[in-house]
Design a protein around this ligand. Structure first.
Ligand SMILES: Nc1nc2c(ncn2[C@@H]2O[C@H](COP(=O)(O)OP(=O)(O)OP(=O)(O)O)[C@@H](O)[C@H]2O)c(=O)[nH]1
Ligand SMILES: [Mg+2]
Length: 235
C-alpha cells in the first residue's frame, strides 16, 4: 500500500454521526452503524494525493486513543450533533486537547451533523439516532421535529476558540465561514462539500510539508493497532 501523503481525523462525541458521514461520502449510502471500537480508516485518492481519513470512537473508554490517531494529522474534523448542545461543549472540553499531536499547520473543520432531524416537516422524520427529545412519536401521531440546539454562529464561535487555543492568527488560516459546516449524513446534505473543501485545503499543507524536509506523512503500517480496524475501499 502506498504511504498516505496526509492524514485527516474525525473526532467527536459518540453518536454524533462520524462513521455515518464517512460512509455517506465514501460509499454513497447511509447504512446502519454500530458504535465504533478503536478506530478505522479509509483511503481517498484526491488528485495525485493519497489521503487517509480516520474515523475514531467517541466513546469515553476509547478517549485515550484519540491523540494517537491525531499524530501528524493535516486536518481534524471536529463533529457535533446540531440537536444536542452538549456534543459541541464536549468538543471543547474533551476533544480539542487530543489535537495537540497533530501537525503544526493542521487545519480544523467544525461540523454540525443531523440537520435533517430539525429540518424535516412534521410527520416525515424524527427517527434515526438523535440524542434529544421529540423522537417518541408513536401512536400514529406526526413525528415532532427536534429543536435545533446549536446554531451555525455557535460553531463559528467555537472555531475562533480553536484558533485561540492553537495561538493562530485568523488571517493565517481559512475563515470560520469556510470551515464550519452543517451536514446530514442521512440526506447527504453538504457532505461532499465538507470533505472536498477539506481535501482541497490540505493539498497546500502537504506540499508545504514536503518542501520543508522530512515528510510528516503517516505510515498506516506503523500506526497504533486499533482494537478493531475496518479498512474501506479506496475511491
Ligand atoms: N437522522 C440522522 N441520523 C444520523 C445522521 N448521522 C448519523 N445518524 C444516526 O446516528 C447514530 C450514530 O451514528 P454514527 O455514525 O454511528 O455515530 P458516531 O459518531 O460514529 O458514533 P461513535 O462511533 O460511537 O463515536 C446512528 O443511528 C446513525 O444512523 C444524520 O445525519 N441524520
Ligand atoms: Mg462511529
Amino acid at each position: 500500500m502506498r504511504k498516505p501523503d496526509g492524514k485527516i481525523v474525525l473526532l467527536g462525541d459518540m453518536n454524533v454521526g462520524k462513521t455515518s458521514l464517512l460512509q455517506r461520502y465514501m460509499e454513497r449510502r447511509f447504512p446502519d452503524t454500530v458504535s465504533t471500537v478503536g478506530g478505522a480508516f479509509y483511503l481517498k485518492q484526491w488528485r495525485s494525493y493519497n489521503i487517509s481519513i480516520w474515523d475514531t470512537a467517541g466513546r469515553e473508554q476509547f478517549h485515550g486513543l484519540g491523540s494517537m490517531y491525531c499524530r501528524g494529522a493535516v486536518a481534524v474534523i471536529l463533529t457535533y450533533d446540531v440537536n444536542h448542545a452538549q456534543s459541541l461543549l464536549e468538543l471543547e472540553d474533551r476533544f480539542l486537547g487530543l489535537t495537540d499531536t497533530a501537525s503544526a499547520d493542521c487545519l480544523f473543520a467544525v461540523v454540525g451533523n443531523k440537520v435533517d432531524l430539525s429540518e424535516e416537516a412534521p410527520g416525515e422524520g424524527g427517527q434515526g439516532g438523535g440524542h434529544g427529545p421529540g423522537q417518541a412519536g408513536g401512536g400514529g401521531c406526526p413525528a415532532p421535529r427536534l429543536s435545533k440546539q446549536v446554531q451555525l454562529e455557535d460553531a463559528v464561535a467555537f472555531y475562533k476558540k480553536i484558533l485561540k487555543y492553537k495561538m493562530l492568527d485568523e488571517k493565517d488560516v481559512p475563515a470560520a465561514e469556510q470551515m464550519c459546516f452543517e451536514t446530514s449524513a442521512k440526506t447527504g446534505k453538504n457532505v461532499d462539500l465538507l470533505f472536498e473543501t477539506v481535501f482541497d485545503m490540505v493539498v497546500p499543507v502537504i506540499l508545504r510539508q514536503r518542501a520543508q524536509g522530512p515528510p510528516q506523512t503517516v505510515d498506516v503500517a506503523s500506526a497504533p493497532p486499533p482494537a478493531r480496524t475496518r479498512s474501506g475501499c479506496c475511491s
